[in-house]
Design a protein around this ligand. Structure first.
Ligand code: FAD
Length: 382
């Protein structure tokens, strides 16, 4: 048994890769260790319009709610409201979205094998165990879309993402203006907490962080209630692995560490990386060449697409590590002027925040606040 491409993992990145490979005429098998695609959910389900569009699903079946902006609330109580007054993003049910993406890939001709885990790779053969017992399946190109704990990345011996955050989230009854996501920067000193309106009378409360996440989350979530209908834990890899290809293998999505270090969102970059990987896989198969020189084309594609944004994002993430409760409060207050709010509403882009950050840094009041926290070199990226 042999395929042009094997995709490990049927998350958004895996299904996008499988769909694109099939569309490009390759034989493709997608392996998923779970019996149900999209389960367990490990996501807040907040997607920019662009990220949702990138998923290329034909329906809005997965959409719970549409948001127009965000309310940022500092630990000291200062608030900043950003309202673009038009839909800026959607809140989705990841289970439904993931299944729709897999269905689209299957419709395009990709084969899926569920409850089948890849556990080893030997040259151009993957070893799996699952519904069909132990199998050895051949490939020309392997696309590793097996998420933050990627088995393929571990087996490759490549250096992994720079930082891993832990995330906890619950769905609960609660009241929240359905137009706005609420961001609590001080709920977690290393990242932030969130409250997302998922529908009338329902909210999603979560946070990501590096340390004491369970304890901090309990304190944070208690403010909103104690009754919960869904409990989610997950891992967020930040800071892309140093090399995203090796030995016929291309790493995409969380397996490569592609989530955005500013927001933790990984769908946009994950799905776009998957399409770049599929294009390079098709080129390699057409040429019959699977060496690293050909695969390096993948790294060039994603670097050109969103590499700089991820680099800026990681520098900002490092800056965030140095911010105290007073710093975040001062920043929220400094941002809360009509002209800055207008700039954010106009240029804010969840997926590509670089342009907006550049504009904000031109403001002397903002620059004065963040300059002492900035790593040398952030400026050089603009
Ligand atoms: C708490 C939290 C909240 C988040 N909120 C958001 C958000 O609001 N918006 C956003 O854009 N992103 C969010 N993210 C990030 C987002 O969930 C990920 O970036 C996204 O799921 C990555 O997609 P992926 O396909 O790369 O990996 P995954 O979605 O993790 O999919 C990997 C798949 O591979 C399968 N798999 C793993 N190992 C194997 C194996 N050995 N063999 C076969 N199959 C395997 C897994 O079962 C899984 O189905 C959040 C993350 C966390 C932790």
């Amino acid at each position: 048994m042999k395929y042009d491409v094997i995709v490990a993992g049927a998350g958004p990145a895996g299904s996008a890769a499988a769909r694109e490979c099939a569309h490009l005429g390759l034989s493709v098998l997608c392996l998923e260790e779970h019996g149900t695609i999209g389960y367990p959910v490990q996501c807040a389900g907040l997607l920019s319009n662009a990220a949702f569009f990138e998923c290329r699903v034909l329906s809005e079946r997965s959409v719970f709610n549409k948001v127009t902006g965000a309310r940022v609330i500092s630990g000291a109580g200062s608030e900043l409201l950003i309202d673009a007054k038009k839909t800026m993003g959607v809140v989705v049910d990841r289970g439904t979205l993931d299944r729709e993406m897999a269905e689209a890939a299957a419709d395009a001709g990709a084969e899926f094998r569920l409850r089948t885990a890849l556990y080893d790779v030997r040259k151009n053969v993957v070893l799996t165990r699952g519904v069909n017992g132990h199998e050895e399946i051949g490939f020309d190109i392997l696309i590793a879309a097996d998420g933050p704990r990627s088995t393929v990345a571990r087996l490759s011996g490549l250096e992994r993402a720079q930082t891993y955050l832990a995330g906890i989230q619950v769905d609960m009854p609660g009241v929240c203006d359905p137009r706005y996501v609420r961001i609590y920067p001080d709920a977690s000193p290393e990242f932030f907490g969130w409250v997302i309106p998922t529908g009338p009378g329902r909210i999603r409360v979560g946070m990501c962080g590096r340390s004491q996440v369970k304890e901090r989350f309990s304190l944070f979530a208690r403010k909103f209630g104690t009754s919960m209908t869904q409990f989610v834990t997950g891992t967020l890899p930040l800071g892309v692995m140093k090399r995203t290809y090796k030995d016929r293998t291309l790493f995409v999505g969380d397996a490569a560490g592609f989530p955005k270090p500013t927001s933790g969102g990984g769908i946009y970059t994950g799905v776009r990386s998957a399409r770049h990987a599929a294009a390079v896989a098709a080129h390699a198969c057409e040429q019959g060449r699977y060496d690293d020189t050909v695969l390096a084309g993948y790294e060039r594609l994603w670097q050109e697409d969103f590499g700089r944004e991820l680099e800026i994002g990681y520098r900002l993430f490092e800056m965030r590590q140095k911010m105290s409760v007073d710093d975040t409060d001062a920043l929220v207050r400094a941002l809360n002027t009509p002209s800055i709010v207008r700039t954010i509403e106009e240029y804010g882009d969840m997926d590509r925040p670089g342009a907006m950050i550049k504009k904000l840094l031109l403001n002397p009041a903002i620059l004065r606040l963040v300059r002492p926290l900035m790593q040398a070199g952030l400026h050089s990226l603009f």
